[in-house]
Design a protein around this ligand. Structure first.
Ligand code: ATP
Length: 270
């Protein structure tokens, strides 16, 4: 396969101001930013810098965005891969892919490794609904555990992983010295939705009648990703109608469209 083994971004532009709401989660990852910027400050006192943290929460709530923002704030390279890619693209090379990823991240340390959808490789052993061979998945998981145990406290690589199914993860992943911190990234409440709207309205040409209090009231249950979609969809609807600015009606139409899409998605799942 010619597919990339993992992604590497040495100049991440995302910062905490791109992440709306999530005050608690941002506070927790701020500590990781400090570790990455000033490891000596912590190790000098004999402390052990954490190796990993698990970002737990529903789809589209900003877990990937938050992980990127950690790299952006600390100005360190961001190495990432998605657990689901293992299933689809890399049969037979999962373990070596993990090995290469950690090797690169160590060479470029301080750095962040981000593993999205870690449940695809980190499901409790023997309880998998993995479509490929179970041995393959276990080899990959074992390699990940080996790598995390292998690097010392002065390696300055922090591994962030995201999941919306922490309950299915192999307990071995959560042991001390691995992903021993969990950071919850929940769906936004009304106040947080307003903040997310403010972020995603920034690039749009807005009509005067736009009111973010109103928009956040219209979107209960929406994730940050849903809100980003609404904003983009509203801009496309306005353009299609030949408008010079995106107005309230365009947003209402976009909300309807996204709700329609969400309902369809839920029907497929149930
Ligand atoms: P998944 O579990 O589906 O991978 P995720 O939790 O990693 O989702 P992201 O990929 O980070 O979610 O979010 C997708 C997009 O939604 C982001 O790139 C951003 O545009 C928007 N978004 C989500 N949450 C927020 C937020 N808190 N603030 C601003 N934008 C957000």
């Amino acid at each position: 396969s010619k597919a990339k083994l993992f992604d590497q971004n040495t100049d991440v532009k995302v910062s905490f101001k791109d992440v709306a709401g999530l005050e608690g989660a941002k506070e927790e990852v701020q500590e990781i930013v400090d570790f990455l910027k000033n490891p000596e400050k912590y190790t000098a006192l004999g402390g052990k810098i954490p190796k990993g943290a698990l970002l737990v929460g529903p789809p589209g709530t900003g877990k990937t965005l938050l992980a990127k923002a950690v790299a952006g704030e600390a100005k360190v390279p961001f190495f990432s891969l998605s657990g689901s890619d293992f299933v689809e693209m890399f049969v037979g090379v999962g373990a070596s892919r993990v090995r290469d990823l950690f090797k690169q991240a160590k060479e470029k340390s301080p750095s962040i490794i981000f593993i999205d959808e870690i449940d695809a490789i980190g499901r409790a052993r023997g309880k998998s609904n993995f479509s490929g061979s179970n041995d393959e998945r276990e080899n990959t998981l074992n390699q990940l555990l080996t790598e995390m145990d292998g690097f010392g406290t002065n390696t300055n690589v922090i591994v962030l992983a995201a999941t919306n199914r922490a309950d299915v993860l192999d307990k071995a992943l959560m042991r001390a010295g691995r992903f021993d911190r969990q950071i919850f990234v929940d769906l936004p409440d009304i106040r947080e939705r307003k903040e997310i709207f403010e972020v995603h309205l920034r690039p749009l040409k807005k009509a005067k009648n736009l009111d973010t209090d109103f928009l956040s009231k219209q979107t209960p249950g929406f994730s940050g990703a849903d809100i980003a979609n609404v904003c983009n969809e509203a801009a496309l609807i306005a353009a299609r109608n030949g408008k010079k600015a995106v107005d309230k009606q365009d947003f209402l139409d976009a909300v309807d469209r996204i709700i329609g899409g969400l309902e369809k998605k839920n029907k497929i799942i149930t």
